[in-house]
Design a protein around this ligand. Structure first.
Ligand SMILES: N[C@@H](CCC(=O)N[C@@H](CS)C(=O)NCC(=O)O)C(=O)O
Length: 207
């Protein structure tokens, strides 16, 4: 049997964006099912009861329901731009950045974005809590145009959608902040055809 993998995705979800970028660059073929978080398809919940997107169901029934698992699955099949590096050399340093991104940075980013739901601090207070991460990224980008090297690597792709989310909470503030290399990095990556393709609107999957 030759069934295509099925991707359950939500366009704006930063985890789904990282997975889709890797799937697209690897030229993986899959059936795309755009969903809303308010009305998740029963087939998705049956495949992955934790019910977060993205979920990739492979032809043999294997379920990948963590964005990083999907990203690495795709790149390990085909990595035309060497995002993983020779001998997967970029993976370990990328994971150190990704863990900070998915852990403390995302925690504070959610509070900055939805500050009205987290009144223990002002929105600026929540934003200040995010800055440790931006400062670390800025220092890396002073050395080379991308986070680990002169080329895009898995580190850039895995955190791009989260930095984009941060920047757009208050774009005027972000654009005037003291992160010139990070601002340039974000602009460069957002203008990539791959990113724009990844963000194209899709109609909802009807189930
Ligand atoms: N660790 C998961 C996190 C995925 C996640 O939290 N996705 C959000 C959307 S951005 C979600 O599906 N939340 C469930 C909900 O809101 O019902 C991954 O990396 O895939």
């Amino acid at each position: 049997m030759n069934t295509l993998p099925i991707l359950y995705s939500f366009r704006r979800c930063p985890y789904a964006i990282r997975a889709r970028m890797a799937l697209h660059i690897s030229e993986a073929e899959f059936e795309y099912r755009e969903i809303t978080l308010r009305n998740k398809p029963p087939t998705m919940i049956a495949a992955s009861p934790k019910a977060t997107v993205p979920v990739l169901v492979l032809g043999d029934g294997t379920v990948l329901d963590e964005s990083l698992d999907i990203l690495f699955w795709a790149l390990e099949k085909n990595d035309p731009h060497n995002w993983l590096g020779n001998d997967r050399g970029y993976v370990k340093p990328a994971m150190e950045i990704i863990e900070k991104n998915d852990g403390p940075f995302k925690h504070h980013l959610d509070r900055y974005k939805y500050a009205d739901r987290h009144p223990e601090l002002s929105q600026q207070g929540h934003r200040d809590n995010c800055l440790f991460f931006l400062t670390m990224l800025e220092a890396r980008l002073q050395k080379h145009p991308y986070l680990l090297a002169n080329q895009i690597t898995v580190a850039d792709i895995a955190i791009l959608s989260f930095i984009r989310q941060f920047a757009f909470v208050d774009k005027v503030w972000f654009d005037s902040a003291q992160y010139p290399h990070l601002q340039q990095w974000l602009e460069t990556l957002l203008s990539m055809r791959l990113f724009q393709f990844t963000m194209e609107k899709r109609s909802l999957w009807e189930f």
